[in-house]
Ligand binder design. Structure first.
Ligand code: TTP
Ligand code: MG
Ligand code: ZN
Length: 214
């Protein structure tokens, strides 16, 4: 059991860390947990099982790693917490965009029960369309940290994850889930983010064709 309630508050809340790949989301999550652990605050780390890159580890790009409990069904988080005699004050979940949608309810219930929930995940997929889980959490969260990387083409804030397949921008119709790293992904600004086969409505197509940029 922790020596004190480090937050000095009787209720929980939700903090979301989101952004594209290469933005340091996992690093920020681990930083938040590390500073709490120095104060002996009990934290539990989770990640959905679907990510096979670093089994049971949350790894940041600066080489830091921490053990995480993998879950298939978000309700497994209740089981882990119920069995933990230390009553952890903090739950952290990485790669939340890959979790089953039931995670939304679980996060809400945990926060209601006084737990501080840190969630990290991609805001958008390679097409730059929102991941629904992350969008929902952004609406629910008390605090949001939106991180960006650096566009590899121009150095502007890199807010979009660019998927590259065989040296070419991926097609809009390719599957959303493709676990990978620098062999298939890079980061771009909105201007340099490329996607092939993206269809707009006729009205948008006409506007794109005719509107003269200043
Ligand atoms: P991240 O942890 O978001 O990538 P990262 O480690 O580069 O970012 P950070 O430093 O901010 O923690 O992992 C994203 C995973 O999601 C990666 O395995 C690729 C996958 N992915 C998809 O499956 N579909 C997609 O559309 C995108 C953009 C990524
Ligand atoms: Mg990460
Ligand atoms: Zn750019």
């Amino acid at each position: 059991m922790a020596k004190f309630n480090v937050f000095n508050r009787e209720y929980g809340w939700i903090e979301l860390i989101c952004g594209p790949m290469f933005a340091g989301k996992s690093e920020e999550l681990l930083r938040k947990i590390k500073r709490l652990e120095y104060a002996d605050v009990d934290c539990l780390l989770f990640k959905p099982k679907i990510d096979t890159r670093n089994k049971s580890l949350i790894k940041s790009r600066n080489g830091k790693k921490m053990l995480a409990i993998e879950f298939d069904d978000p309700f497994e988080i209740y089981d882990v917490l119920s069995k933990n005699v230390n009553h952890p004050q903090v739950v952290a979940i990485d790669e939340i965009q890959f979790a089953d949608p039931k995670i939304i309810e679980v996060v809400e219930v945990l926060a209601k029960k006084g737990i501080i929930v840190y969630a990290a995940g991609l805001d958008n997929d390679f097409r730059n369309n929102p991941f629904p889980i992350t969008s929902s959490l952004a609406s629910m969260a008390e605090h949001i940290t939106k991180l960006s990387a650096i566009c590899t083409e121009c150095g502007a804030p890199g807010t979009c994850t660019q998927r590259i397949i065989d040296g070419e921008p991926a097609s809009f119709n390719s599957p959303i889930f493709l676990i990978g790293n620098i062999e298939s992904y890079t980061v771009r600004c909105r201007n340099h983010h490329e996607i092939t086969d993206k269809k707009f409505s006729k009205k948008s197509d006409k506007f794109i064709k005719n509107y003269k940029e200043i």
